[in-house]
Design a binder for this molecule. Sequence first.
Ligand code: PGA
Length: 257
Amino acid sequence: MQLNIYKDYQSLSESTANTLIETVISNPTAVLCLATGDTPKLTYELLVNKAIERKVDFSRCTFIGLDEWVGIPPRIEGSCRFFLQSRIFGPLNIQESQVHLFDGMSHDPRDECSRMDDAIVTKGGIDLMLVGVGVNGHIGFNEPGAGTDVYSHLVDLHGITQSVGQKYFTGIVQIKQGLTLGFKTILQSKKLIMIANGLKKAAVMQKALEEEITTDVPAGLVRAHPFCWTVLDEEAASLLNLQILPEEIVMGHIKAT
Ligand code: PGA
């Protein structure tokens, strides 16, 4: 895993948007899995601007959803589908046929998970996956203690995810379960980028990157991925001791203030 540290959220987002753009330019049929959440918002804004400016063709790409809240319809602003539709698919004119997302309203979660896993296999796997990190260390809805040997599955959400998740909604909502890609798929993605910014992520990034790899901190499991880049701003990296990082982590970009 390579660790890249940028001065601030703006430069972290610029770098990540550039990586996404370059991926699609070099592979116009790329299969992309792009997380939702506050962390990648600026990345997607910059991605859309750069894509329009440079006339990058996304019409042959495929988009795979990372997760979705169970029981939240797509018209609700806090749903992952609404987020991706309004910030990426709409602005880039991505067609429904290019998109495979979990349906949080499905009455058959198991079938929904199989449908997603089948779509990924049919497309030949995920070329690039971009994930954020929850304050509890989750990736997607792979909560602390999650299995590593799982594909898509239904999850009972951790208490922290239920309370922090309220920030995405305008009123109070019941978010008790989620559907998510599992760690098997995350670790099988051809490239994986994990991003985190701000002081609120510093403690979890310290645990994920410096402590023993354990399912208690799912974000740390990506250290086993051979093509993973962790991209932090200085605040999220502020509790790391860069002199004594575990041997599987190599330093890439470091931007000093
Ligand atoms: P955030 O969420 O980007 O809104 O901080 C990250 C996550 O929970 O995965």
